[in-house]
Design a protein around this ligand. Sequence first.
Ligand code: APR
Length: 308
Amino acid sequence: MRKKITVVGAGNVGATVAHRLADKQLGDVVLIDILEGVPQGKGLDLLEAGPIEGYDARIRGTNDYAETANSHLVVMTAGFPRKPGMSRDDLLKANYDVVKGTIKKIVQYSPDCILIVVTNPLDAMAQTAFRVSGFSRNRVIGMAGVLDSARYRTFIAEALNVSVQNVQGFVLGGHGDTMVPVPRYTCVAGIPVTELLPQEKLDAIIQRTRNGGAEIVNYLKSGSAYYAPSAAVVEMVDAIFNDRKKILPCTVYLEGEYGIRGLFVGVLVKLGARGMEQVLEIKLTPEENAALQKSAAAVKELVQVIGV
Ligand code: APR
């Protein structure tokens, strides 16, 4: 039986996620949005690309949550994107209402699904989805680390003029200005990046990574990034549906790992058929740990504002 995936929000990120899911034949897709006509139109357009692209995925758009029933996985992208000069946190209250309302309806129709949250501010919206759904923590996962790490890896590959496939590395912490790239654990074809790039170049790459979302918002003027974010979501869906046990940086509810309890923060996890199957606790230096704690404190401030 084919898997069923609901994508909430048929905007830039949601529609591109649907497109990539169909291309990779990961399942049938329901696109749902509050706007009438938009999910239906985009869904039909994607369906009609099937004969050319060679996918059989059934894709349809709707405004009716009944059509999302019994989804195996739900990707939450509904909400408002950033405008130039806006931080992700400015989106907090508006998107809190959207996520709270939509997750309630999703859970009513798909009580056994796995949730991947994309709506910003990411960590606080993942925590909202977790609280509202009442799901166990393995079934609520925020997408941020895969994207931030992809940006980081892109800039390292560019600086060294090597294939992006040679660059392994990850970003920890919240999806915001306090995110924590960890060069000590970054390598290029097995060589520590600290042997290949001078500290000041690495510092510049880390700063550009932290600013990666804003860099794109500033170019686009209206709207925020969606090609790399959607690719990141689909890597996570692929890891789950194919039970790959893949280690990826994701935002999950910590229960004492890294000394953090009761908060969604980006860490390395193992993704498989049950969703988030394990939190990997790696050794951090006092400085790296301090940066992670600072990032967690920034997330905590937000979740306290919305009381989740
Ligand atoms: N229910 C369903 N859909 C909604 C609701 C709602 N209550 N409120 C808004 N939406 C829909 C909008 O109608 C729109 O089609 O969410 C969609 C968002 O699409 P875009 O505005 O194109 O935003 P996008 O770039 O896709 O970003 C979505 O992901 O990366 C984050 O920061 C980004 O929070 C933002 C989210």
